[in-house]
Design a protein around this ligand. Structure first.
Ligand code: ATP
Length: 306
């Protein structure tokens, strides 16, 4: 099957700055894929190239098999991008804007789908409100509606939940998951790693314009064997024996965070505390998650081999 997105040896330079450095990436149709990276890693640059908004310095990018530069019309029809920035035309109301956007794609009678999108994004009662009169979160919903108006098979969401309240986040994710189940490929960039972990199966992490991690979230989390033992204790004087572990004191909630690699270390720590007469008021064990993978990846000096 043709990949939804295929990027080969893609680079983008702004003068001396390399925003994307020889990237190869393939996202299959039907995937729910996370594109992660810290600020300035190159995520928006990659998305802008896919959307045909900027030209790469070298390399190729394809959407559903079509080249984003030489076959721009075909890729535009197949791609819906929700941009990070709130850009909107202040002269129209929500419905007018969506009808107009449908027109750009040559779709004449789109009312049924527009109604469905408005309903799913909880915008039905704002259909006749002028865009400039909407709150930031509502404008973001309109941007999402705008990206979906032509039912594109590939949907890219660039930090769609920034500034969005919890209610909409949940209904938005339900809607996007439904679209994914219906066969749409979804690519998501977000700084909320728990969101990526809950929704996506595979992830690429960008660092300084390079793909440094590409794998399923399940595999990545499995490779991390750092557990955190969280303890609230009856005293703040710890037994000397605990010096063999990295212990961090978190004044919020008076917690001690002890990094361990094996479950058996818990037994030793508990017996050291018991021997010192220290009581445990609260105990939790935190499993490694995508955030641990991300922090580790970003800390590494060199890109890890793919
Ligand atoms: N038009 C431009 N001119 C010069 N440099 C640019 C331009 N656009 C982006 N850059 C630089 O390219 C690099 C990648 O930026 P990009 O916006 O792609 O990062 P990002 O991963 O999307 O970051 P964020 O998470 O902050 O959105 C950054 O160093 C940025 O400053």
């Amino acid at each position: 099957m043709t990949p939804a997105i295929e990027v080969q040896q893609l680079s983008k330079r702004y003068g001396a700055l390399t925003a994307l450095d020889d990237i190869d990436l393939k996202i299959e149709q039907g995937e729910f894929f996370a594109l992660l990276g810290s600020n300035g890693a190159g995520k928006t640059t990659l998305i802008s190239i896919l959307a045909g908004l900027i030209k790469p310095t070298s390399g190729t990018a394809r959407v559903m098999g079509y080249d984003v530069q030489s076959q721009y019309q075909q890729t535009r029809q197949r791609l819906g991008v929700v941009p990070q920035e709130l850009v909107y035309d202040p002269f129209f109301n929500v419905r007018e804007m969506l009808v107009m956007q449908s027109g750009y794609f040559g779709i004449k009678h789109n009312d049924v789908w527009i109604d469905e999108i408005l309903f799913r994004l909880d915008l039905a009662n704002k259909a006749h409100v002028n865009l400039r009169a909407l709150s930031g979160g509502m404008k973001r919903r309109v941007l999402i509606a705008q990206a979906l108006v032509h039912k594109p098979p590939v949907i890219i969401l660039d930090e769609p939940t920034a500034g969005v309240d919890v209610d909409l986040r949940q209904s938005l994710w339900q809607f996007v998951q439904q679209l994914n189940q219906d066969g749409h490929t979804v690519v998501l960039t977000t700084h909320y790693l728990e969101e990526a972990e809950a929704l996506c199966r595979r992830v690429a992490m960008l660092k300084q314009g390079r793909v440094v991690v590409l794998d399923s979230i399940e595999n990545l989390v499995r490779t991390i064997r750092d557990y955190t033992l969280l303890l609230r204790l009856s005293t703040n004087i710890l037994p000397d024996g605990l010096q063999s572990w990295t212990v961090k004191h978190d004044p919020v909630g008076e917690l001690y965070r002890i990094s361990i690699k094996e479950y058996t270390e818990i037994e030793t720590i508990l017996s050291l505390l018991r021997e010192a007469g220290i009581q445990i008021i609260d105990l939790q064990l935190r499993q490694p998650d995508l955030e641990d993978v991300f922090v580790k990846t970003m800390e590494m000096d060199q890109a890890v081999a793919l």
